[in-house]
Design a binder for this molecule. Structure first.
Ligand code: MTE
Ligand code: MO
Length: 596
């Protein structure tokens, strides 16, 4: 498609209420649609068909890909080899001497007291919460099934992908790249259900973090920390000894009632004191608001590094859980279950009984989670928001300055996303190089205006190089040129009762009906909130939102309305569209504030 015209100098725009025709204003709202309150997988997200990915592939060198399924036979082979080596070593007198001196638990402060009931309850809650966090986390990953080490999400530069190579199509979107998951693995499984998955992930995170905080406090208030914090360097020879004994298949004596062995202590310590905090920190590292404000950190630890590390933390949790559960079963199930469920050292079935009941609860919740989510998505959206919303609001107060990124940070590839405008109305505007385009700003303002593109270009120019964060997980840096929202606010003068600013698109959303999104008026004064007509020094392209799009850098990508038709200042958004604050909020259960 041809480029829109280059800027020309024009006199400042005339203004006045008479320039915004009431019919046009009405039309902006009329083409809005309400969303559904139940998810029908058949018509979900614009009837997007299911798409299953490929086995994960690791990039080696420039463009060779290693299928990770090979890790299964390779891992098995390595394990057998390890067993052979360990058995050989144990035939050596020096090694047997070492194991004799370091049986595995030599250093540990023997606890020999029952685990307190709070510890046992928190252990269960932790496992319960993690199930939903992990399932929803996998769903979030499936929405952009590629991992990178730099903020440029350049196709072919992933270090891991679970999707085919990106096709060489100029308008290929990130939504087309998303994957379906089996419904009882992902939460809720269906393709591009990230809005719902995020409520589960972030909402349950808050409960998991609260549980973790209480756990930390009680652990150190009671001295129970001694179970899992090594206090002596002996933990390392002990761990080596335990590893040798396990690998040689002549297992160390298991006496978890008295003390854990070195390997156990190290594994528990890493999980509780390293992996869990790292999960939180890398999670926050993906927030647009935090990354934009704390650019010193995010320049080094970019969203994609955070995202990749977040994934590796998941791998640790899965590996740990697998080995932990295997060992619980293999080293005296009944006694082990009594330790952690009944708080006794008996060999009876009491602990097993409580365990069985707790697993029944887990299975019921596991099986019910996806059907519940599809049947009651508004409940998930509302409860999720009440759990994570306060934190999201907190982060929105971060007004960053331009200047974090420079021209050399601009991404070579910037994904496209969303549904392209296909109306004859848009086509006509485009074909005429937007000469007939008018931006209508109206609603609760003293001075409604209608501005042509030339008039916008004649206003003071604002430029910024910033990073875009799509909710799906990809990111990219671009230079945006246009008009600061602050300049437009001075022109239209919002009335005191204007609290929200609604941006209407010329284009429709994927389920039909005009795309729109509402933003809190406070964020319109931010230094990085602007309407862009240029991207990377060129007029905005068709795919990226010609002739005009929004940038509000404390929010995620879906709030950056492209192909803007008009802007309305309102007291609240409950009467606009479906009433949830935007198209994706109405139709895909996103949140009206998403700064995380
Ligand atoms: N009108 C409209 N604006 C939209 C969308 C859309 O579907 N329609 N998609 C949003 C999403 S999800 C993202 S991530 C960004 C993508 O912008 P880009 O295509 O320039 O990368 O646009 C946002 N703005
Ligand atoms: Mo997005």
């Amino acid at each position: 498609m041809a480029d829109p015209p280059k800027p020309t100098a024009t006199p400042p725009p005339p203004s006045g209420a008479d320039r915004v025709s009431p019919e046009l204003v009405k039309e902006l709202r009329e083409r809005l649609t309400k969303g559904e309150d139940v998810v029908d997988p058949k018509t979900w997200a614009g009837s997007i068909p299911a798409a299953f990915g490929i086995a994960p592939r690791l990039r080696i060198g420039a463009n060779r890909w290693f299928n990770l399924v090979w890790l299964l036979p390779i891992g098995w082979g390595l394990l057998l080899f390890g067993v052979a080596v360990a058995q050989y070593l144990r035939g050596l007198p020096a090694v047997e001497g070492f194991i004799h001196r370091h049986p595995g638990t030599g250093f540990a402060t023997a606890f020999a007291t029952p685990m307190p009931v709070w510890l046992r309850a928190q252990h269960f809650l932790n496992l319960f919460f993690l199930i939903f966090i992990i399932r929803a986390g996998l769903q979030i990953l499936a929405d952009h099934p590629r991992l990178y080490w730099t903020r440029h999400s350049t196709p072919g530069k992933e270090w891991l992908r679970m999707q085919k190579q990106v096709p060489d199509l100029p308008l290929w979107t990130a939504k087309q790249d998303s994957l379906t998951l089996p419904k009882h693995l992902g939460l809720p499984g269906i393709r591009h259900s990230i809005g719902l998955a995020r409520w589960w992930h972030l909402g349950i995170d808050m409960l998991w973090l609260a549980n973790g905080l209480v756990f930390y406090v009680l652990l150190f208030a009671t001295g129970e920390w001694r179970r899992i914090v090594p206090t002596n360097w002996q933990v390392f020879p002990d761990a080596a000894s335990a590893l040798l004994q396990y690998l040689s298949l002549r297992w160390p004596q298991n006496d978890g009632w008295v003390a854990y062995n070195g390997l156990q202590i190290i594994a528990y310590f890493i999980t509780v004191f390293i992996a869990a905090p790292l999960a939180l920190m890398t999670g926050l590292g993906m927030s647009p608001a935090l990354s934009t404000r704390f650019h010193g950190i995010s320049k080094r630890l970019s969203i994609q590094t955070a995202r990749s590390l977040h994934f590796l933390v998941l791998c640790w949790f899965i590996l740990f859980t697998f080995i932990h559960v295997t060992m619980v079963f293999a080293t005296g199930l009944l006694r082990n279950l009594n330790h952690v469920y009944a708080g006794t050292d008996a060999n009876d079935w009491v602990g097993f009984g409580i365990f069985a009941v707790s697993m029944a609860v887990v299975v019921i919740a596991w099986v019910a989670a996806t059907p519940f989510t599809l049947r009651h998505p508004r409940v998930v959206q509302r409860v999720g928001y009440s759990l994570i919303g306060p934190a999201q609001r907190l982060f929105e107060h971060l007004d960053a300055k331009p200047g974090t990124y420079t021209d050399k940070d601009i991404s070579p590839y910037f994904w496209h996303n969303g549904k392209y405008p296909e109306t004859p109305e848009y086509r006509a505007l485009f074909d005429n190089h937007f000469a007939d385009y008018r931006l209508r700003i109206h609603g609760l303002v003293e001075n409604p205006v209608e501005l042509s593109l030339d008039e916008l270009r004649a206003m003071p120019r604002h430029e910024q190089i910033t990073q875009h964060f799509c909710i799906q997980g990809w990111s990219g840096v671009a230079k945006w040129g246009g008009v600061s929202m602050q300049t437009l606010l001075e022109l239209v003068r919002p009335k005191p009762d204007a609290k929200w600013v609604v941006f209407y698109s010329l284009g429709d959303g994927s389920d039909g009906g005009r795309y729109y999104d509402a933003h809190p008026i406070a964020q319109m004064h931010y230094q990085l909130t602007m309407l862009a007509y240029d991207m990377n020094g060129e007029p905005l392209s068709y795919g990226h939102g010609a002739p005009l799009r929004l940038r509000n850098e404390v929010q995620l990508g879906f709030k950056q309305v492209k192909w803007i038709a008009g802007i309305e200042f309102v007291a609240d958004f409950f009467e606009v569209g479906g009433g949830y604050g935007g198209y994706d909020e109405d139709h895909e259960f996103f949140g009206y504030r998403q700064s995380i």
